[in-house]
Write a protein that binds this ligand. Sequence first.
Ligand code: URA
Length: 278
Amino acid sequence: MIQTEEKVRLQKIIARAGISSRRKAEDLIQSGQVTVNGAVVTTLGTKVDPAHDHIKVSGKHLPAPAPDTFLILNKPAGVVSTLQDPEGRPTIKHMLPKPSLRLFPVGRLDFDSEGLLLLTNNGEVAQACLHPSHHVLKTYLIKIKGILQDSEILQLKRGLPLEDGPTAPAKVRKAGKAEANSWVEITIHEGRKHQVKRMLEYLGHPVIRLKRIQFGPLNLGSLPLGKSRFLTDKEANSLRQLLVPGKPTARRVSPRRIKPARWAESKRSPRDQRKTRN
Ligand code: URA
């Protein structure tokens, strides 16, 4: 194997070529189906140079790596946000442009939730979007039973003692009211299971409808329900920024330059900031 600075883990190269997920690539390696320059490699984590080493899987050369693809879908309620469902419920699969793109969802939306779902074939960006240290902001427009009182808004802003631990401070904005129900916009950076519903249930306002309208730098805009669109280069690049150490969370951005990084949390406690740096 040629030793250069450009070496990458074998399972990552196989996954990038779009023939399997990273997990499946590991199985292929461990079961002896992968050769590098003619020699079988079964050790996970072996690093190779994709530009020079000849990699074969099951006797076939790897295809060129699939280009990075990012799209957003406006997921309707009543559909699971995965490509397969063991319970046989409808999935988002038929709403995506081409199965050959091998995209997977970044995080989840509940079955009865709707709105912005990011899909990509870039596992590193996906992982970074979901990693708690990046504090990627998600905004939800929610129809709730009743009307939030100022004291309840304050509780949301301070954090609530849910059974799996206190929530981080949320941004909250009243967004309209009807007879017995109202709309509220909540922005959080955490991504715990059913988090927004549980926060509002804690305050005695069950959720009637929940729609994600913003995910990091991505805005749902007027994308019709059930439709998807590819990200612009600018949007994709702003997601890729998550892979650059120290960016784009505003912890290293001076207040005057805060605008481009607004989609990552900007106001974090000094204690929290220390935690991320360590
Ligand atoms: N919070 C929830 O409770 N449900 C979702 O689908 C997303 C956030």
